[in-house]
Design a protein around this ligand. Structure first.
Ligand code: SF4
Length: 311
């Protein structure tokens, strides 16, 4: 699997002439994750210290920073074309996907991810409805789960939470006529929580939201929606103010997730991952597998949901 490292690490969002749809090889999804990027303008309401999206002046070269309404027809055409390309094996004839082993040459998910926060885009609901309808009715797509990869902020609105429950198969498996790839498979929300105390929240996520407001809204959202939690674990090697997850950060995370579960949050699994691709600054450093495992054991002392680590 070592030769696959460059592919695991590459989350290149440019694919041919596509504007919205791109393939990546995903470790966590276990195959080709078909990304949907609703933010070609790179817009996000967080400014995470580890974010791979280059928003520096040179990184914005050629990028229109103004949000343009998503062209849903174009997006669904790009999605169908990529599905065909995976199905016919065309995707795997040329670099870099020619290195993908046969067991991973499958569409593992359709992931709303990309260069910004998908749920913050005004057309999010309309796009999701169009993609879910297409998935449910198209042979070759109907077995593919939809994953919303989000910082959670769009889910603070009850209107969006209701819409997600109505549109996706979240706490129920994909029905037989949608032909799930494996029994019990369902759509998922991958909800990121990187910090459970105000200092770490402003240091890691660098959001303009007040932490108290954020914490209250997360609790409300997780009582209503089943999610997989996603937590970035990293070191910040700043000579004047370094950060390590062990200690106060870990204790606050453990206590908060424990409380969320006790209060009725439907957290299916908690993913701990670290920096896998080139970080935006040399101060941002991945933690070792051993440290991730140790943190996982520490969290497991009081957290009742399964925890998985992705070094
Ligand atoms: S929420 Fe995602 S896209 Fe936005 S800044 Fe953080 S890592 Fe980047």
């Amino acid at each position: 699997m070592e030769t696959l490292a460059p592919l695991w690490q590459s989350h290149e969002r440019a694919f041919g002439k596509n504007l919205y749809v791109y393939p990546v090889l995903s470790r966590r999804a276990g195959g080709i994750s078909v990304g949907i990027n609703l933010n070609p303008d790179k817009g996000c309401n967080f400014d995470c210290v580890y974010c791979q999206v280059d928003r520096t002046p040179s990184g914005m070269d050629g990028i229109d920073p103004v949000h343009r309404a998503v062209d849903i027809r174009r997006l669904t055409e790009e999605l169908l074309a990529l599905q065909e390309s995976v199905h016919r094996d065309d995707l795997f004839r040329n670099p870099p996907f020619d290195k993908v082993p046969s067991g991973l040459r499958r569409m593992a998910d359709i992931a709303f991810s990309g260069d910004g926060e998908p749920t913050a885009v005004p057309e999010f609901s309309n796009v999701l409805k169009a993609v879910a309808d297409l998935r449910n009715t198209t042979t070759g797509l109907s077995h593919v789960p939809i994953r919303i990869i989000t910082n959670g902020t769009g889910l603070f609105k009850s209107r969006i939470r209701n819409f997600l429950r109505e549109t996706l198969f979240l706490d129920r498996p994909l029905p037989a006529d949608v032909k799930p790839a494996s029994e019990g498979m369902s759509d998922e929300i991958w909800f990121k929580i990187d910090a459970a105390d105000p200092g770490s929240f402003s240091r890691i996520d660098r959001s303009a939201l007040s932490f108290d407001r954020y914490r209250m809204s997360v609790s409300e959202a997780l009582r209503e929606l089943p999610v997989t939690l996603q937590t970035m674990v990293l070191d910040i090697r700043d000579l004047d103010n370094s950060f390590r997850p062990e200690g106060a950060w870990a204790k606050a995370m453990r206590d908060w997730v424990t409380t969320l579960l006790r209060e009725g949050a439907n957290i299916r699994q908690w993913h701990l991952y670290t920096v896998a691709r080139k970080p935006p600054s040399s101060e941002i450093v991945a933690v070792s597998e051993e440290r991730l495992e140790r943190l996982s054991r520490f969290f497991s002392e009081t957290v009742s949901c399964p925890i998985a680590v992705f070094p």
